[in-house]
Ligand binder design. Structure first.
Ligand code: ADP
Ligand code: MG
Length: 277
């Protein structure tokens, strides 16, 4: 045979898809209502690309509402209305010319209660979002996509031998990582996480925190948490929300997480982060 020496015969490999890049998400003067009940008042916050931002504050101050406005889920509630703007790398996600599915695809969400499709296999759960958001992946690329998303979510080793088993058979922590894998499959540029570890044990919580830190180079993460240690472990930026009695939620203080915990400017922030609230 006349093959040149040193020319290795490589099996054909599909080109890796371009890695997703994190985007900057900016909420500007977000005011929100349910009916005539105002729950947010001119909240402005920039969540920088590739940075993990935590949202902290007592229950009922509008953190989840703010998160749902950031990916256009707020409008699913019939009584809900809002004012203000949400910019994804400078582009208004509420622009009427822009498709709703486009915002949802680029801005993923993970909820407090893990919500995989219980009867669906682990494999099918990971790719469940593709059809919904119109992302096309060839049959041959699906296996690779499923594997890479499960690896990123820190779940691959635990499930690789039972990809066809139903999602419901996993533990709570595994189900939450499956939901993270499902979010990642559509290659979002921002991932919103609403108390993702509140229903989980400390070990699962740690695994998810490690996953978040590793994901930050490809997706901007915004996490709502009631766990002050968690906010300090994972986030570089932090925003403190508060709704004083009978008034809508606002951001009292935001900035560098370490500075905010070590040396908060507002006495209310001080009371909250030191657990005296
Ligand atoms: P947090 O996540 O900080 O606990 P939420 O955003 O869930 O706060 O809630 C903010 C306020 O909005 C609360 O007063 C809550 O009762 C109200 N609220 C939340 N969701 C709805 C809804 N679907 N319909 C009416 N009011 C709601
Ligand atoms: Mg909430």
């Amino acid at each position: 045979p006349r093959f040149g020496r040193g020319i290795q015969q490589q099996p054909f490999q599909a080109a890796e898809p371009e890695p997703a890049t994190p985007a900057t998400l900016e909420g500007r003067n977000i005011t929100a209502w349910f009916g005539d009940h105002q729950v947010l008042d001119r909240v402005s916050l920039t969540m920088e690309a590739g940075v993990i931002t935590s949202l902290i504050g007592p229950s009922g101050c509008g953190k989840s509402t703010f998160l749902r406005i950031l990916n256009r889920m707020h409008e699913l509630v019939p009584s809900a209305s809002l004012a203000g703007e949400v910019l994804l790398d400078g582009d208004d996600i509420y622009d009427p010319a822009r498709k709703l599915v486009d915002a949802r695809k680029q801005i993923g969400m993970v909820f407090q209660k893990p919500n995989p499709f219980p009867a669906m296999s682990i494999y099918d759960n990971v790719i469940a979002g593709l059809k919904l958001t119109g992302v096309r992946v060839s049959h041959g690329e699906k296996d690779e996509l499923v594997e890479s998303c499960l690896v990123k979510a820190g779940l691959w080793n635990e499930v690789k031998d039972r990809l066809r088993a139903p999602g419901a058979g996993l533990s709570g922590g595994q189900q939450q990582r499956l939901c993270i894998a499902r979010s990642l499959a559509v290659r979002p540029r921002v991932l919103l996480m609403d108390e993702p570890c509140s229903a989980l044990d400390p070990t699962s919580t740690r695994v998810i925190e490690e996953t978040m830190l590793e994901l930050a180079h490809e997706v901007t993460i915004v996490i709502v948490t009631h766990n002050m240690q968690q906010a300090q472990r994972v986030s570089q930026q932090c925003a403190f929300f508060l709704a004083a009695q009978g008034t809508p939620g606002t951001i009292i203080e935001h900035g560098d997480t370490e500075a905010m915990f070590a040396d908060p400017i507002d006495p209310r922030t001080h009371d909250y982060v030191s657990g005296r609230f």
